[in-house]
Ligand binder design. Structure first.
Ligand code: UDP
Length: 243
């Protein structure tokens, strides 16, 4: 599979359609796949902690969620042209599940949030089978694994925030009969209508980060990761920029 490498971390160069097509083949072959969203903040964290790097690199698809990753690819002459965001990837998978009769399970967020996200998604995509859901605060993980397996789900979305959701997937994926695992952060809050995404104009201009900054100034510190990241990319040895 085509990948580029930034600061020692793989990033998939596939777009939404290519990932769905690839997943179809892998599902038919009975293979398990994991999707993890990468952004400059996670890449910087990976540089500081080898276990975070390994966790990201062990995923099947590291999708370029942040605009910073797209800029890094541009700076290094790579082929990533636009973002593949976690939330849009989730919605594409939901559409795919509705069309091809795959069962979906939602795990994470508060009880009222995950329940509402399920209802809204079912209303938007007729035919969608959300085979079960659980809030993200359950304590009995063995019982949860059983519940997911009993639901017959093929696609599991885990919304616990990072890196909690990725660590959970890694720990339990071998016990689950699920084929596709995606960590989706705060996406259930968006599908439940509790949190709004940036208007399309900002998203299309690659300025979602700016919208989030002006609506939630607390993010400023987190967003300092972007210039820091681009600086590091510029001075990274070119030998490690391509996988
Ligand atoms: N969450 C959860 N269980 C926990 C901690 C967090 O289900 O033990 C949920 C929380 O309710 C929220 C999501 O995880 O829905 C965190 O989203 P956030 O936006 O912090 O994640 P990010 O997208 O920044 O990784």
């Amino acid at each position: 599979m085509k990948k580029e490498k930034y600061l020692g971390v793989y990033v998939s160069t596939l777009n939404y359609d290519e990932i769905i097509a690839d997943l179809k083949t892998r599902m038919a072959a009975g293979e398990k796949s994991t999707i993890i969203a990468v952004n400059p903040e996670k890449l910087i964290a990976a540089g500081k902690d080898e276990s975070v790097k390994e966790l990201i690199n062990s995923a099947t698809y590291q999708i370029p969620d942040g605009i910073g990753v797209v800029l890094a690819s541009k700076l290094k002459g790579g082929s990533i042209k636009s973002r593949v965001t976690g939330i849009d990837m989730m919605e594409r998978l939901i559409q795919f599940a509705a069309q091809e009769n795959h069962r979906v399970f939602l795990y994470g967020a508060k009880e009222e949030v995950v329940k509402k996200a399920k209802e809204n998604l079912e209303a938007k995509y007729p035919g969608l089978q959300i085979a079960g859901y659980s809030n993200g605060y359950v304590q009995d993980h063995e019982a949860l694994v059983k519940k997911i397996n009993d639901s017959g789900a093929d696609i599991l979305f885990v919304a616990l925030g990072s890196p909690r959701q990725e660590l959970w997937i890694k720990k339990y994926m071998n016990d689950l009969n699920v084929k596709v695992f995606q960590g989706v952060g705060g996406s259930f809050d968006v599908f439940a209508g509790h949190v709004k995404r940036a208007p399309k104009l900002f998203r299309n201009l690659g300025l979602e980060w700016f919208y989030r900054l002006i609506t939630d100034p607390k993010r400023f510190k987190r967003q300092l990761a972007l210039p820091h990241f681009l600086w590091k990319i510029l001075f990274e040895k070119s030998s490690s920029s391509k996988a």
